[in-house]
Design a protein around this ligand. Structure first.
Ligand code: ADP
Ligand code: MG
Length: 280
């Protein structure tokens, strides 16, 4: 913590090849990956650097970006570190889009439109045969040209070999059946479109309430004292949803998804349809 990782000269050169001479803005640096926004006269790119434990994850993500239709990416290594540069996406994240709703102000029309658009973006992603694997409130960006997903470190294309290890993206949004499989095998675990839809509904729930969906306290689970493995075992055994319902009509639809068994869960497109019918 504290010091931001230095941006490797190779990554700056790549950003300059896309944008002209760039200025760097530090965005995040955590768990072995740092992100900058590099801006020059020709535009703006996100530069991500993976170092230490983050190096291989970032290499995987660069490979995914390279394989995804419509994505532009430059990537390389700097010593043991891995970097990539990809166009910066302008717009609020889903978390930011719901800020007014969490503040109790009247932001519901925008938030609901954004929620539906996020579901449709995930449905489109699934239609190409990809599974995201780590949907979160900050991984959807609502641009003027539509919702774009980011952070493909755990993404996987159906029909290809899965990563040798998958631990489910953010633990609080992991589908119970996936948590069970990670905890009890067999390995390797594949994220699925259905587990993405759980994370999608959990993302929207979190954006509404400001809290992760599950009521750990009611289930007697000490989150701070649990390892990710311990938390996954608890999630696999079934934890009720938090009782707070600041937006009951929307949350009722999300609850249907969050409580359905994986095999009976709605698709992302189905969730978009359910949310489109939520009365305002
Ligand atoms: N292409 C992009 N366009 C806009 N913002 C981005 C982009 N890539 C990353 N970011 C910003 O950087 C943050 C961290 O990126 P992310 O890929 O999620 O890294 P991490 O591995 O640290 O989770 C995002 O939440 C977002 O704010
Ligand atoms: Mg992320």
């Amino acid at each position: 913590m504290g010091r931001f990782a230095p941006c490797p000269p190779e990554a700056v050169a790549a950003a300059q090849a896309l944008c002209g001479p760039v200025q760097l803005r530090e965005v995040t640096d955590r768990r072995g990956s740092a992100v900058w926004q590099a801006t020059g006269p020709l535009g703006s790119v996100a530069v991500k650097l993976g170092y230490g434990v983050g190096a291989e994850t970032t290499a995987r993500e660069a490979a995914v970006l390279d394989a995804l239709p419509g994505c532009t990416v430059l990537a390389g290594r700097s010593g043991a570190d891995v970097w990539y540069a990809t166009p910066w996406l302008n717009g609020p994240s889903t978390w930011e889009l719901f800020q007014a709703v969490r503040d109790g102000q009247n932001g519901r029309i925008t938030a609901l439109a954004g929620a539906v658009a996020l579901c449709r973006a995930v449905a489109d992603f699934h239609a190409t045969g990809w599974v995201h694997g780590d949907l979160q409130p900050s991984h959807g960006i609502h641009t003027a040209g539509g919702v774009r997903l980011i952070d493909f470190a755990w993404s996987w294309r159906e029909g290809t070999d899965p990563w040798w290890e998958f631990n489910g993206g953010i633990t609080h949004l992991i589908a119970p059946e996936l948590a069970a499989r990670i905890a009890r095998g067999p390995q390797p675990v594949r994220p699925t479109a259905a587990s993405d839809v759980y994370a999608l509904a959990g993302t929207l729930w979190t954006c509404v309430t400001g809290r992760w969906p599950l009521d750990y306290e009611a289930a007697g689970v000490d989150v701070k004292g649990s390892s990710p493995d311990g938390l996954r075992v608890a999630i696999a055994s079934g934890i009720p949803l938090c009782s707070a319902r600041p937006w009951p009509e929307l949350q009722a639809q999300l609850a249907r998804v969050l409580t359905a068994p994986g095999t009976e869960r709605s698709t992302a497109g189905g969730l978009a349809d359910l949310l489109s019918a939520v009365p305002l």
